[in-house]
Design a protein around this ligand. Structure first.
Ligand code: XLS
Ligand code: NI
Ligand code: NI
Length: 442
């Protein structure tokens, strides 16, 4: 891939990251991610479809509720908002091309600062869209998905499409329209809705039924606009149970699937699952993946990890090989992502203040996924894992069980089967044995 630097290089000290294999001591090299290596019938690049997230890497400045910015990066300095946005795009494409990744993702307000003037915002985004079109053409990097930030501005404090004030909802519409225009112009392959404020803080002031109907209608209206304007990609809903809102309507995968079914949106929408959102919902990420795969709706994922001691979205870079290997087992068996890929929705820590830290973070996450992909493929191909799981259900091969599954066995027949066959045997689920298989292949 051609390395793309703007007028100034922002990551001067960092070379292009290449695959060197597990033995290398070079911190700026991949040990596992070898993009053209074939694993389970596809290249690593095609299985993983990595994307860099604009917001965490190029807008995130390390500030937290207790303290000011600590990431004082050179691309974020120019006082002119358009020039600053272009510097940021230069930094983004320098990093993405040095990492050798195929995709990026953004919110409208990540690309260029927004004001309260709708027409001015549209104009700014159009200027930056043209700039990004050129960057994409020069590098071959593509847009995995675009989205609109409908949660940061104070007007959205009571929700965007679920706001009790129609005037606010209309502003959300204006933003989504412009973000869709940008996504379409950039050949974006998907479009995401994350409902950060689509929910409520207190039922005392909330008509939940009305708000959920508005959310559905807003999605339909947005879909219709995008389709009319040539968007052929997939829309993703990104579930999250809470934070910033106390109760969010897109709670988890199962909830969103029910919602999409209720409002007839399954033909256009799939899921974008995030690791730390799953754990906030009280699930494992593997659980969320399995729910989506079983419904044929695994569109994409936001990669990160949470902190077991904290109850919020810490968005750390993924490093947990057990969690990722179990996840890759599900993704592989499900045939991969439907339209999406792996977006690093993760941020370096407040005290990781060197531009190079962004590289170490991504290299670690990329290698952790690549290694998990190899491990999971190995487990599926060579271990007893699949066979053991299948064997647990072997009793369903009997004629009586097949009749039950087909819906032709009555409750009386189940009773007679129970009487005829006496007490079932005690059968081991062999959980520890299976856990050992994962570790043995790591
Ligand atoms: C926040 C979400 C957000 C979405 C995009 O928790 O993960 O970053 O991915 O709006
Ligand atoms: Ni996310
Ligand atoms: Ni998140």
């Amino acid at each position: 891939m051609k390395i793309l630097t703007g007028k100034t290089a922002f990551f001067d000290s960092v070379p292009a990251i290449k695959y060197e294999g597990p033995q290398t001591t070079n911190p700026f090299a991949y040990r596992w991610y070898d993009e053209n290596k074939t694993v389970a019938g596809k290249t690593m690049k095609d299985w993983l479809r990595f994307a860099v997230a604009y917001w965490h890497s190029f807008n995130g400045n390390g500030a937290d509720p207790f303290g000011e910015a600590t990431h004082l990066f050179a691309w974020d300095k120019n006082p002119d908002p358009i020039q600053r946005a272009k510097d940021k795009a230069d930094a983004a494409f320098e990093m993405i091309t040095k990492l050798g990744l195929p995709y990026y993702c953004f919110h409208d307000v990540d690309v260029v600062d927004y004001t309260n003037d709708v027409a001015d915002n549209e104009n700014r985004l159009r200027q930056l869209t043209a700039y990004l079109q050129q960057k994409q053409a020069d590098s071959g990097v593509k847009l995995l998905w675009g989205t609109a930030n409908l949660f940061s501005h104070r007007r959205y404090m009571n929700g965007a499409s679920t706001n009790p004030d129609f005037h606010v909802l209309a502003h959300a519409g204006a933003q989504v329209k412009a973000a869709l225009d940008a996504t379409i112009a950039l050949g974006g392959e998907n479009y995401v809705f994350w409902g950060g404020r689509e929910g409520y803080m207190s039922l005392l002031n909330t008509n939940m039924k009305k708000e959920k109907e508005h959310l559905a209608r807003f999605l339909q209206t947005s879909r219709d606009y995008a389709r009319k304007n040539g968007f052929t990609g997939t829309f993703f809903i990104e579930p999250k149970p809470c934070e910033p809102t106390k109760h969010q309507y897109d709670y988890d995968a199962e909830t969103v699937i029910g919602f999409l079914r209720q409002y007839d949106l399954l033909g256009d929408f799939k899921l974008n699952l995030e690791v730390n959102h799953a754990t906030l919902a009280g699930h494992t990420f593997q659980h969320e993946l399995q729910v989506a795969v079983d419904a044929g709706l695994l569109g994409s994922m936001d990669a990160n990890r949470g902190d077991y001691q904290n109850g919020w979205d810490t968005d750390q870079f993924p490093t947990n090989l057990n969690e990722l290997t179990e996840s890759m087992l599900i993704i592989l068996e499900g045939g991969g992502f439907k339209g999406g890929g792996i977006n690093f929705d993760a941020k370096i820590r407040r005290n990781s203040t060197d531009p190079a830290d962004l590289f170490h973070a991504h290299i670690g996450g990329i290698d952790a996924f690549a290694r998990s992909l190899v491990t999971a493929a190995n487990i599926l191909e060579n271990s007893e894992y699949k066979k053991l799981r299948e064997q647990r259900y072997q009793s369903f091969n009997s004629a009586e069980a097949k009749a039950f599954e087909a819906g032709t066995a009555s409750l009386e027949q189940l009773r007679d089967y129970a009487v005829k066959n006496g007490e079932p045997a005690v059968t081991s689920g062999r959980q520890e044995y299976l856990e050992n298989i994962i570790n043995n292949y790591l």
